[in-house]
Structure formats: C-alpha cells, structure tokens
Design a protein around this ligand. Structure first.
Ligand code: FEO
Length: 399
C-alpha cells in the first residue's frame, strides 16, 4: 500500500499484512488480515507517528519516501511499544538518526528491554505535555493499559485528529484507508471483535479515560488507529460504541458455549436453547470444536448471559473447554448471569470445574447447574428446557 493523504499534509504510511491470520500468538484469529498503521505529518517539522511490525521495514521506508526523505524526519512519536508497532524501531533509529523520539517513560524502558538500543534523543512525555511542530501543536495523552502500561494517544487539534494507536482499532486488511470506503457492518463487527479480544479486560480503565476525555471536549473529526481503517464518517459512532462496551452495557443475548464427547452435552445445549428461544431472547450456540474462540469472545462482549457446558473426561472438562475457561478468566468479564451444564459417566467433574471459574468472576449471578449421567432422558431434557427458559426470562426482565 502506498502513502495516502488523510488530511492536508497528513499521510497514512503504514503496512497491510494481508496474510496474517494469528495475532498475539494464537489468541486472536485475524480472518481479514492485519494492518500496522503509521502516520506522517509534514509541517515546519516532519513527524512520524507509530511504527510497524518487523519484516516490513523496507516497504515502510518506501511508503515514507513517497512523501519525504526518511532521514529528514525530525520527530518520531512512539504511542505504544508492543512489537506489532515497534518491530521496525531499530531500523528507524538508524535511518532517522537526527530525529528526536517521544513516548512515555514506560515506552522508553520497554524499548530498551526489547531492542537494547535507544535513539540519541529521547523525550519522555505524559498527559498535558505537547510539542509545537509549526502550524500544529501535538498533545500527548497517557492511556496506560490501552493496551499496555506504556500506551498513549497523540492529538492534533489543528487537524482534529486523534492518533489512538490500539484504541478504536480493527483487524481488517484493505486497500482502502477510511471507514466509509468499506462495508460498515463488517467494519463494526471487526471493531467489536477487536475490543472484545484486546481491550475487554481493561474496560473500567477505558471507561474512566473516555469520561476524562469527554470533559476535555476534544474536537475530533478523525480517529486514526494503528490497526485497520481510519474513522472519518463514523468517528462519533465508534466513540459511542466504546462508551457502551467499556460500561459493560449488554443486550438480551445469551451465548451457550459447549464441548461434547458423545453428543449428550450437545443435546442438552440444544434443549437449553429451545428454552431460551421460548422467551424470545436472542441466543447462539457455539460448539467449541467448530467455532473460533475469537468470534465467541466477540459475541459475549455484549451478552447478558453466558452458559458453559462440557462432558466430563477423566474427572475434568474436555480440553478445548478447559482452554476456553482459562482464556475467559483472563478477560475479566463482569456482571453477567451464567450457569454450567454437562454430562458425565460416573464420577463427574466438568460442571464443578466450570463453576469454580464462574464463581471467581466479578459480579456473576450463577443459576443452578445441570449435571446428567450418560445421556439425558425426557425428564432431564425437560429440566434443560426449563433452565433455559427461566434463565432467559431473568435476562429479559433485568436492566
Ligand atoms: Fe497493536 Fe498492543 O499492540
């Protein structure tokens, strides 16, 4: 992808990684690829904001070269040091040898730990710090844990652009730059998936930060994240979505997530869903053997109810469910309704194992679990239906 002008003298110069399918190790399936966005501002001083993944240095420098000689860059702003954004750091330090680098103190420490080098000129910055680059003054805003302790935003009031790094990102490769150049429904679906899989554990921090930002009344026309499309037409809408997601505002949605061995737990899941449907609640069944975890997490982001089921194998959960509840614990999902169900042959154990995880989730209201031996009989199927129905009724009657 070439350099693209996003505003007068502001250019997108990042990379599209079309074939990247695993992000964060194997934790995030990026079915639409990934981008590592970077931006260049030409003013009295030339500023580069954010870098790209290792391996793309040449293409990155070629993109920059379409606008300016990289060795003439005066300022490099590092909003975040995770390797998807800092992989090209060593090359940029070398090529932009006269540039002054800006980032948080934690970014400085992290970069040195990762790469063992620092630029000759480094300025640590924090909220309320700013730099004048000619007609523009760039402002820095600490955003710790959005997504790492070092993270920050950079704001250009003259352009009304918020360079938000991981915030407001989506894993969406495209040969377009702006949100209104791609399918809006897919874009928001990818933004939700990204929030759920990357930022969900930090929702309360994000909520507080969004509140603080709204009080400063930043005038924002464009949100330029470090992943995916630039928000131009839908900047206000994605801000509203972030307010909703970070406030844990959910819909009358219920996810039934299970893994099964001889279809007994699956039969239970389907009967529970029948009960849910009888109350008119929205619901979806996810068999962990065929659904991707990344999509399931996206669905549960705004689901009031999350139900987990597994057959018992050697007195514990089946292995994909064991991995899922381990991952789920780390997401720090709060204030939902839930219960566990499953089948067993003799000793049992899966339902208990799931319940232990659910009991550790903040603000979870647990409904009675259902555990059945071998295969569910008519009476037990009726119990599953009633459990689904009662659960959905409770979901639909609460705010
Ligand atoms: Fe896109 Fe936290 O890195």
């Amino acid at each position: 992808m070439s350099a693209v002008k996003i505003k007068e003298n502001v250019y997108a110069v990042g990379i599209v990684d079309w074939n990247q399918r695993d992000f964060h190790g194997s934790t995030y399936k990026t079915i639409r690829g990934v981008t590592y966005n970077s931006y260049l501002i030409k003013d009295d001083k030339t500023v580069l904001i954010d870098l790209v993944h290792k391996g793309f240095e040449k293409e990155f420098l070629d993109n920059i070269r379409q606008v300016v000689d990289p060795s003439k860059i005066d300022i490099v702003i590092i909003n975040h040091i995770e390797p998807d954004h800092s992989g090209a750091f060593c090359e940029i330090v070398k090529v932009c040898s006269n540039a002054k680098f800006y980032g948080t103190q934690k970014a400085k420490e992290g970069l040195f730990k990762y790469y063992g080098v620092l630029p000759s000129q480094w300025q640590s910055v924090k909220t309320n710090d700013s730099i004048n680059i000619g007609k523009r003054t760039l402002h820095f805003i600490d955003t710790p844990m959005l997504h790492w302790p070092d993270s920050m935003f950079t704001y250009s009031p003259q352009d009304k652009i918020l360079f938000s790094n991981d915030g407001f990102g989506q894993h969406y490769a495209a040969n377009k730059v702006f949100d209104d150049e791609v399918n809006k429904d897919i874009l928001f679906s990818e933004a939700q998936k990204y929030y759920a899989n990357i930022l969900l554990p930090y929702g309360s921090i994000l909520s507080a930060k969004l509140n603080a930002l709204s009080k400063t009344a930043l005038d924002i026309d464009i949100i330029a994240p470090s992943h995916g499309l630039v928000w131009r037409a839908n900047a206000a809408e994605i801000l509203d979505k972030y307010t909703q997601w970070s406030s844990n505002i959910c819909k009358n949605k219920i996810a039934v997530i299970y893994e099964t061995m001889w279809k007994s737990s699956e039969t239970m899941a389907r009967k529970i869903m029948e009960g849910i449907s009888s109350q008119g609640a929205e619901g979806y069944i996810f068999d962990l053997a065929v659904n991707d975890r990344t999509d399931i997490v996206s669905y549960i982001l705004d689901s009031k109810g999350i139900i987990f089921g597994s057959s018992t194998h050697d007195n514990v959960c089946l292995p994909i469910m064991a991995g899922f509840i381990h991952f789920f614990k780390g997401l720090k999902v709060k204030n939902r309704k839930s219960f566990a169900f499953g089948s067993f042959g003799w000793g049992g154990g899966a339902v208990k194992e799931i319940e232990e995880v659910l009991k550790g989730c903040e603000g979870f209201e647990l409904f009675p679990s259902i555990s059945i031996q071998y295969a569910p009989n008519q009476e037990e199927l009726s119990q599953c239906f009633q459990a689904g129905s009662a659960f959905a009724k409770a979901i639909c009657s609460c705010n």
